[in-house]
Design a protein around this ligand. Structure first.
Ligand SMILES: NC(=O)c1ccc[n+]([C@@H]2O[C@H](COP(=O)([O-])OP(=O)(O)OC[C@H]3O[C@@H](n4cnc5c(N)ncnc54)[C@H](OP(=O)(O)O)[C@@H]3O)[C@@H](O)[C@H]2O)c1
Length: 311
């Protein structure tokens, strides 16, 4: 068997990192980092992939990790990815989102390792959707601001960088992190009332579909790739624009949660700590033209619910 190329995933213990590792491990020799996840949890669940515990803001730790794992490509999925926590703890957000990306990007450049930085649709203010890659960023909360700064740090570090902006994602949880689906499903099963925004729009994909998109980009950085690398900003959104409420209705229908009680509410009636852009739908034509092909949302949801319900 040919030797598999080496892929380093930062944030392996996270929701996306874990789903990425599951998608990647057949074609890639995967190594991944964790941070606050307890060692016993790592040993029980992530053993096959995990490197040591890494604080990505610590230059020497990251340097040693890159020297030990010698990746052909790095996908940087680690982040403080909860907008409410970023708003409450902006210093932590700056460290985990901006400093960590800058440290990692500069060390990848030093070692000539191509880097994929996982970014977000929340770099936009939500007033001019659908957003294309060349649209100026316009974040409305600390998380979006820091992800936009991190994008710049990654892009400034070297030429072999792809900044992949992900849409809202749903999927099976990692052993320690989940998606909004893990909040929604128990409430639906119990018949509890769910208040969902009818005026907040995204272009969601499942974590599997998003992971496949990222791996396609990763594959094109390999020396034997048939097609040239994709560098710069790339949107990996789904094909359907849908509100949170619309998505909830789809989950109810596809999952067969007849007892669920969904109530549409307006984002204007919600005063949370972090501002919420109304419509950050992504125009992902650049990625579609390059072969990224998200299936219909209903189909993605059916696959994910099957995985989640089967355990
Ligand atoms: N989930 C979505 O719907 C979504 C949508 C758009 C974009 N994104 C982007 O996708 C990426 C992954 O998001 P996610 O939802 O998977 O996040 P998540 O579940 O919260 O996972 C975050 C990961 O980052 C690690 N981490 C945090 N701070 C760290 C630090 N200082 N040093 C090292 N590792 C650190 C965490 O490790 P420990 O848990 O071990 O501490 C964890 O593995 C992020 O870049 C996010 O901006 C996510």
């Amino acid at each position: 068997m040919a030797t598999r190329p080496a892929l380093l995933i930062t944030g392996l213990s996270g929701f996306l990192g874990w789903n990425l590792a599951q998608e990647a491990h057949r074609a890639w020799a995967v190594a991944g980092t964790y941070y606050r996840t307890p060692r016993r949890v790592v040993q029980a669940h992530f053993g096959a992939f995990a490197t040591g515990r890494i604080d990505l803001t610590q230059l020497q730790e990251v340097r040693e990790m890159l020297a030990a794992t010698r990746p052909d490509v790095v996908i940087h999925a680690a982040a403080l990815a909860n907008p409410i926590l970023c708003e409450r703890y902006p210093d932590d957000s700056f460290r985990s989102n901006v400093v960590a990306t800058s440290v990692l990007a500069n060390l990848c450049a030093e070692r000539e390792i191509p880097l994929i930085f996982v970014s977000t649709d929340l770099v936009f203010d939500g007033t001019r959707a659908p957003y294309r890659e060349e649209d100026p960023v316009s974040p409305v909360n600390v998380y979006g601001e820091h992800k936009a700064l991190a994008e710049e740090a990654a892009l400034d570090s070297q030429e072999r960088v792809a900044v992949c902006r992900m849409p809202l994602m749903f999927g099976p949880p990692s052993p320690t992190h989940g998606s909004f689906l893990q909040w929604m499903l128990p409430k639906m099963a119990q018949g509890a009332v769910l208040h969902l925004f009818h005026d907040e729009y995204r272009t969601p994909v499942s974590a599997q579909v998003g992971a496949r998109g990222l791996l396609q980009v990763a594959g094109r950085f390999l020396s034997d790739a048939e097609e040239p690398p994709i560098v710069g900003r790339l949107h990996l959104g789904g094909r359907e624009r849908i509100s949170r409420y619309g998505f909830g209705c789809l989950v109810q229908e596809v999952g067969g949660y007849a007892q669920a009680r969904l109530e549409p509410v307006s984002v204007h009636d919600f005063k949370g700590p972090a501002a919420r852009p109304p419509d950050v739908s992504l125009d992902s034509e650049r990625a579609y033209a390059a072969g990224y092909d998200p299936p219909p949302l209903r189909e993605q949801l059916r696959t994910v619910l099957h995985m989640v319900q089967e355990g």
